[in-house]
Design a protein around this ligand. Sequence first.
Ligand code: ADP
Length: 319
Amino acid sequence: MPLLPWCCKMKVHLSPEEGNKLYSSVDNMVKTLFGAAASVLSTAPVHGGDINDAYRVSLSTGDYIFLKTNSAANVNFFLTEAAGLQALRSSGKIGVPRILGAGTDAQKGISFLALEFIEGVPRIASYWETFGHQLAELHRAEFLSYENRFGFHQDNYIGASPQKNQPCEKWIDFYRECRLLPQLAMAERYLDPSFMKKADHILEHLDSYLREPDFPSLLHGDLWSGNMLCGPDGKAWIIDPAAYVGDFEADLAMTQLFGSLPERFYDAYSEVNPVDWKGYRERKGLYDLYHLLNHLNLFGRGYLRSVVEIIERYTGAAD
Ligand code: ADP
């Protein structure tokens, strides 16, 4: 596929300093980055992730790195995560760990992604306010406004599910084709035909429920509270993205899906990027629907009730 102009302008490709190199083992990466004498001293598991094994790796040089591993076949998880992290980092608006490298270790049968280790600290008083300002700045970042296209230069993943990012001129078309439709197709086994009919009604009339945003925003894409750390600088560091260009309301909705962030975060956010809160609340359910369908598809029936409730809410008046 030819590179689209907006991809180049967004500078989303990994630059040489930013871990675009693929390594054949963790040891090989450590020696290349930290010197021939460097080696791994110990690895301690880090908990909190959904999918991968994660470690705090201590090196003979006194450095620490963050390492995620999965089976060798899943290296694409890490390459697409690195591309998302790099896109977010290139905005310069918010803390995103530096990418050290990724690769596949054929001998150990693993793939890996190594990042700068962010030493988590307790949140300080200004954390939520600063985070609100920074996320809003990311969403308003000027380099995104060259071309009005939604999507990303490659498909990636939302959790363990594939996430389509085929660029689209219109947000609502993108959201229908690349977000709701693929998840609904996967969820067909859980939804009876009458609900599928109602879901189809939503897809067909999506432009009466959603709006075209005034500008496209680079989104984290999976911004639940587990994907935000407080770094040693007392500021937010965002991790584990499912990045793409979309309507910023989709990121805001994810921050409220499994429990909301403190009010001062939203107040600070809207100081930098004003939000039509009334309209947002009307649209939010359809942004929740994508993630709830994904949870239904990944984790099963426990999420069915929430999915059905949203479909009912938006089609109450429809046949
Ligand atoms: P998964 O891909 O399995 O969901 P995450 O990327 O969420 O894994 O990482 C698992 C946990 O590791 C997170 O909950 C967080 O606490 C920690 N973590 C993630 N990235 C870093 C990092 N760069 N530095 C330090 N800790 C991190």
